[in-house]
Design a protein around this ligand. Structure first.
Ligand code: KG4
Ligand code: ZN
Length: 321
């Protein structure tokens, strides 16, 4: 079975081909450079970009996979959550294609797709339900108990900003550009941890698996206002912020593993591209004797491979019912 995935939930126009769980092509065209000067995504610019580029991206995905449009057996599209105008662009395109080619259409939850992106690369033997699924992206910070491709119970979430969003806002405060995650990671690498700033970590109760980023974000803002932002100071703030946020994240992941006694973790989302986070997670999982899976960086950030992969699994499962 050959599945075309379409992803237009935010600022990436992405299409990918997957054949029975195997990735054939994965094309992403990003409108990020057009948003950079505003320090965040401008929805109107993002949706216009999808409309302009989606045909081109589909053609490229087919070409790279050496397939023709008539070879498609299934279309999968991100239906929610996301920016409404951006989602409409992808869903309308997918519906028209499904109708004209007479192939079925499956809609996919974008956040769930981040978790199942792991199925495209991890060994099949490791992929036994249930899992703890964690999505750390620009729009979401969620912890799920994952019982099947369609049964995901949300057990922890952010009460305000997503972690990636907090990275983007802190980078804006520091004047180092958008998207903030890779910039903060780069600056943090230049600081050795000596003389770090103790930014406050939100505590929402012993039983809670929720997150809050507003306190630390405000603390960074107030601290930065009092300093001349030299390259050294930016590195120090970046390191200290990153450290505190990753500690909060990992504390809740550890709590979730203990609470549900599930020893396999599937992670996804743009923030997982951060090498320091990957290293910290690996250490925490080793300590708890947990299996840890996260996809390669190009499948952590928004992409359509994860959409095609999950769509194919949902479709096949539906046929078995
Ligand atoms: O998953 P994604 O591409 O889009 C959403 O669904 O939101 O995630 C984008 C987010 C941005 O907030 C970006 O700053 C963050 O992921 N990000 C990172 C890194 N690379 C991307 N955050 C921390 N470190 C990184 N290296
Ligand atoms: Zn995403």
């Amino acid at each position: 079975m050959i599945t075309l995935g379409i992803e237009t939930s935010c600022d990436e126009t992405a299409c990918a081909l997957v054949q029975d769980g195997r990735l054939l092509s994965n094309i992403v065209s990003s409108s990020v450079p057009l948003h950079a000067k505003y320090g965040g995504v401008i929805p109107e610019i993002a949706s216009r970009y999808h409309i302009e580029y989606i045909n081109k991206v589909v053609r490229e995905a087919l070409k790279k996979a050496k397939k023709q449009i008539r070879n498609l057996d299934l279309i999968a599209v991100s239906k929610n959550p996301g920016l409404p105008g951006s989602l409409i662009a992808g869903v309308s395109f997918a519906k028209a294609l499904s109708y004209s080619l007479e192939v079925p259409l499956v809609d996919v939850n974008h956040v769930h797709a981040h978790i199942f992106s792991n199925f495209l690369t991890a060994p099949k033997a490791d992929m036994q339900f249930p899992f703890i699924g964690v999505v750390v992206s620009g729009g979401h910070t969620n912890i799920f108990v994952v019982r099947s491709f369609e049964e995901l119970e949300l057990v922890g979430r952010t009460r305000d900003d997503a972690i990636g969003e907090a990275f983007d806002k802190v980078a804006k405060i520091l004047g180092i550009g958008y998207p903030g995650g890779p910039k903060i990671e780069k600056y943090a690498k230049r600081f050795n941890g000596k003389g770090a700033i103790k930014f406050p970590k939100a505590f929402l109760g012993h039983d809670s698996l929720d997150f809050s980023m507003s306190g630390i974000k405000t603390a960074v803002l107030y601290y930065a206002r009092t300093k001349k932002l030299s390259a050294f100071e930016i590195s120090r703030i970046s390191w200290s912020f990153q450290e505190a946020v990753f500690e909060m994240l990992i504390e809740n992941i550890v709590k979730a593993v203990k609470k549900f006694n599930i020893k396999t973790l599937l992670l996804g989302g743009g923030v997982l591209a951060n090498k320091e986070l990957r290293a910290k997670l690996a250490r925490a999982c080793k300590k708890m004797c947990c299996n840890l899976s996260y996809p390669p960086p190009e499948l952590c950030v928004d992409n359509a491979a994860m959409v095609a992969g999950l769509g194919e699994n949902i479709f096949k499962r539906g046929r078995l019912k």
